[in-house]
Design a protein around this ligand. Structure first.
Ligand SMILES: [Zn+2]
Length: 509
């Protein structure tokens, strides 16, 4: 029998918002080293899917390290160096018995204090390791990556998700493993060719159900069907809240044919993105205006109002008060919103504890005034003081209702919101969480005894990723402008590193 193929596995996953204040420390990352990495085999995450597929192909997995964290501000240098030391150690040990390939689970938009292109730096370091200079380097990455020339040069075939919301993160990882199996069986190894039109789109413009992403993805699928030497054609929406030289929309072709053919296909995709640049630059009307119009024409069911400027999935703190204030000012009926505020949660838990649980759920307020939100970003107006009734408190752990969701691509099967409290003030229900919880799974609410479909208006802190969870239960989906670090109005952010000129920051090219 032929010896099993030995594949070195590692994961490094962080979407870095360089416009969010503060440095993300090592402690923010879930770290699985060596054999610990194998524990997620088969779960809903991309790594879980990739490991399950590797097992089916009979590979011998050489596990290095997996590090993941929710999107947030600039990552500490220590975090990346801890990753690299563990990777290097596992690689050198693994190389003693031979390594046939490397498989990586990446985000693609990670920034540290010293490296604005972390994935490019990582891939270059891998290539420079004696013994890994020639082996196939494959992997999977997020559609919101800021792909770079360095990433293209130092990898063979990195496969992007094709859906936003990312319902296909795990499936994309499995697809990438399948392509590596093809390389291992045939000995044929593709190269990556990259193109980069001067276009930045806010996350609101990167939904794959809408133009221009829909047409770009269709074009990529057609190219794959027409050109058998193209192993995969990736449409990369980019992450406009990472201020890096190569931030923005890009495309890659992983090909075993000549570079020229790939370059030609890429220039067509780049042209298409450029021609549709305005359509991807999706900005919202102010919250008060959006709500006033919605109240004039009630939908007779749930209206979901997204607040992209406080997009938790984009690294925002999730404690912005813009939409909360608009709900209160307009006395929006039967409304709800989730706010990440561990201090407010602490206030409620202390109050409940002091009273031995009396007063929870019975509608009495007992004079509890909570200072809600407005602490995480200097762009916000600040906390809102609300006299509230306590509906419930909990430990905030929930099992995902949808394990193919965008959220599952990050966390697997469970999510920890940290200690939670549900409070009510007149028409408004507020779910207070200790950790920012991206609104990508309805179990965030049902785990607290609330059915989101029972509300008339629900505020969510997202741009696109909430659609998978809420479109099936909503009568109407709206988007509203509020101040915050994930604003769709890119020209209002202070870019310093992105290449210029770039749309929509510049008018002349
Ligand atoms: Zn993404």
């Amino acid at each position: 029998m032929k010896a099993a193929k030995r594949v070195l596995f590692a994961g490094l996953f962080h979407e870095t918002n360089t416009f969010v204040e503060g440095v993300t420390p090592l402690e923010a990352f879930a770290v699985a080293r060596g054999a610990g990495l194998l524990e997620c085999t088969g779960d809903s995450s991309p790594m879980g899917g990739a490991l399950a597929a590797a097992r089916e192909f009979g590979w011998e997995v050489v596990p290095a390290i997996d590090m993941r964290a929710m999107p947030s501000g600039m990552v500490s240098d220590l975090t990346f160096e801890v990753f690299w030391e563990a990777f290097r150690g596992a690689a050198l040990e693994g190389l003693a018995a031979g390594v046939d390939a490397v498989f990586l689970v990446l985000h693609g938009a990670m920034v540290t204090e010293s490296h604005r292109d972390v994935e490019g730096e990582l891939l270059a370091r891998i290539r420079a390791l004696p013994g890994l200079g020639q082996v196939p380097v494959f992997g999977v990455f997020d559609l919101h990556a800021n792909f770079t020339q360095r990433m293209a040069e130092n990898s063979n075939c990195l496969v992007a998700y094709r859906c936003n919301p990312h319902t296909d993160a795990r499936a994309s990882a499995v697809r990438a493993v399948g392509l590596l199996e093809r390389a291992l069986l045939t000995g044929e190894v593709p190269q990556t060719v990259w193109c980069h039109p001067p276009v930045l789109w806010p996350p609101t413009g990167t939904g794959t159900a809408d133009e221009p992403m829909r047409a770009l993805l269709a074009h990529a699928r057609a190219l794959e069907a027409q050109q058998p030497e193209f192993w995969c054609v990736n449409v990369v929406g980019g992450f406009s809240f990472a201020d890096t030289a190569e931030a923005g929309v890009s495309f890659t072709v992983c090909t075993s044919g000549p570079r020229e053919g790939a370059s030609e296909a890429l220039s067509l995709l780049g042209q298409l993105a450029w021609e549709n640049r305005e359509r991807g630059n999706v900005c919202e009307a102010p919250a008060a205006q959006v709500l006033r119009e919605a109240l004039e024409y009630p939908s007779g069911g749930l209206t979901v109002v997204a607040e992209p400027s406080d997009n938790i999935g984009g690294g925002a703190p999730g404690d912005g008060t813009g939409l909360l204030r608009a709900f209160l000012a307009l006395e929006v009926p039967n409304a709800a919103v989730a706010i990440a505020d561990s201090a407010a949660v602490g206030q409620v838990h202390d109050w409940v504890q002091k009273r031995g649980g009396v007063g929870v759920g019975n509608g009495s307020s007992g004079g509890l005034v909570v200072s809600i939100g407005g602490k995480g970003s200097s762009l916000d107006e600040g906390p809102v003081e609300l006299a509230v009734q306590v509906v419930s408190i909990s430990d905030g752990r929930f099992e995902l209702a949808d394990k193919q969701s965008h959220l599952a691509s990050v966390c697997g099967d469970h999510f920890e919101m940290g200690r939670c409290a549900v409070v009510r003030c007149k028409n408004l229900t507020v779910l207070l969480t200790s950790r920012p919880t991206p609104p990508m799974d309805v179990a965030q609410w049902t785990s607290q005894g609330l059915n989101p479909a029972d509300f008339s208006y629900l505020g969510v802190k997202a741009a696109v990723a909430h659609r998978g969870a809420y479109e099936p239960i909503a009568k109407r989906m709206l988007w509203a402008y509020t101040p915050g670090p994930c604003t769709s109005l890119l020209s209002s952010l202070g870019f310093r590193h992105v290449r210029r000129p770039v749309f929509p920051l510049d008018l002349e090219f």
